[in-house]
Design a protein around this ligand. Structure first.
Ligand SMILES: Cc1ncc(COP(=O)(O)O)c(C=O)c1O
Length: 388
């Protein structure tokens, strides 16, 4: 059967390839440790599970989600409260908040809501691979803005050619950044908003790591700067702060036209989030802040452990302060693929090659800290044995 052309443009999803590689090695009896995927292993807080179980019994919740175009009002109100409390951003739950099946879904639907075929969408390189896929599926043309360590992994808008800017109608930004861990600040937000306003570009600010920050880094929303709501929709998610990746619940916030556009796509695609999951989400946002604090302690300890090992093997660097990833320079003379291959061959530890996130990812690997402590210790011990 012939598959649609739009799919042939999309490279295989990075983690599919990785999963295959891991599965093969495991089938060969090798004890593989994967530090490649960012998916918290600690369970969802029990209070969230209890709320799901309780509300799942109510037949009212077995029907299509109420107020389905934007997700339950109660969930949207709770999101608005959370945004005000965590980021000082005021949102109108009626038209500036929308429930999503994760922020990944929001990225895809943002493109369908905003971008016409042939229009350019700006994204960073390195960057989260799903942006490119969403742009291509929506008929847009991705344009990569390089992000380099010397600029704090932030794009330089002035470097984008004028004809590209002219054809661009949308832009993805994501800080705390996957894969680099870099964080942005309000000055950068102002620059991005000015650039977007001047050039009629809609910003999709993908912010699922907003709570995963270390060493005094401030938690931030682009919506906290003046004028952002005129040009930006922000996406966030319960996946990372509450260990809920499998539950599929997130939110889109900000510009009412973009929120309404994404909502229209959703109305015609899915019928929203299972009500019981939304009730569980409300509970998480309202009552599980301690989970965020516990997870930050866990990630911090793992970060220190990995940085210690890297130092012992001669890789000494000052990592950015966000996400549960470490974006690690490869040893001199080794490219990303060589280094990941060598690590795997010598230690059966899998990490992601930087080039999986774009050509400017060359010279880096990404290590994810979402592995049980004991496995991470074992991985680091193997690396020290082989390379120190
Ligand atoms: C930058 C970025 N955006 C979105 C997502 C997807 O998040 P969600 O689980 O909310 O769909 C991820 C997941 O790894 C991510 O790294």
């Amino acid at each position: 059967m012939q598959i649609a052309e739009r799919l042939t443009k999309i490279p295989p999803y990075l983690f599919m390839e990785l999963r295959k590689k891991i599965a093969k090695a495991k089938a060969d009896g090798i004890d593989v440790i994967s530090l490649a995927i960012g998916d918290p292993v600690e369970p969802t807080p029990v209070g969230v599970i209890d709320e799901l179980c309780k509300t799942a019994y109510d037949p009212e919740n077995h029907r299509y989600p109420t107020d389905e175009e934007k997700g339950m009002l109660a969930f949207r109100e709770e999101v608005a409260r959370w945004y005000e409390q965590r980021y000082g951003v005021k949102l109108d739950p009626a038209n500036e908040v929308l429930g999503l099946i994760g922020s990944k879904e929001g990225c895809h639907h943002f493109i369908l809501a905003r971008v016409n075929p042939g229009e350019i969408v700006l994204m960073t390189d390195p960057g989260y691979p799903a942006y490119r896929a969403s742009i291509l599926m929506g008929g847009g043309e991705p344009y990569s803005m390089p992000i380099m360590p010397e600029n704090g992994y932030l794009p330089i808008f002035e470097d984008i050619p004028k004809d590209v800017v002219k054809k661009a109608t949308a832009m993805f930004l994501n800080y705390p950044n996957n894969p680099t861990g870099a964080c942005a600040n309000k000055d950068f937000f102002r620059k991005a908003v000015d650039f977007a306003k001047k050039n009629d570009i809609a910003i999709c600010y993908d912010n699922p790591y907003s709570e995963v920050v270390f060493e005094g880094q401030e938690r931030l929303s682009i919506l906290s700067v003046d004028g952002a709501k005129e040009v930006a929709v922000e996406l966030n998610s319960l996946s990372k702060p509450y260990n809920m990746t499998g539950w599929r619940i997130g939110m889109a916030l900000g510009n009412p036209d973009l929120v309404a556009g994404i909502s229209k796509v959703k109305e015609n695609t899915d019928s929203g989030i299972f009500n019981a999951v939304q009730f569980a989400g409300i509970h998480a946002l309202r009552s599980e802040t301690s989970n965020i604090e516990n997870m930050l302690k866990i990630y911090k300890a793992r970060r220190d452990l990995v940085l210690g090992t890297l130092k012992k093997i001669g890789i000494d660097f000052n990592p950015p302060k966000g996400t549960f990833y470490l974006w690690v320079p490869t040893p001199k003379g080794m490219n990303s693929i060589d280094f990941t291959g060598r690590l795997f061959e010598k230690t059966a530890v899998v990490v992601a090659a930087g080039t999986a996130y774009g050509k400017y990812g060359e010279g880096f690997i990404r290590i994810s800290l979402t592995v049980p402590d004991a496995r991470l210790k074992e991985a680091m011990a193997r690396i020290e044995r082989e390379f120190a």
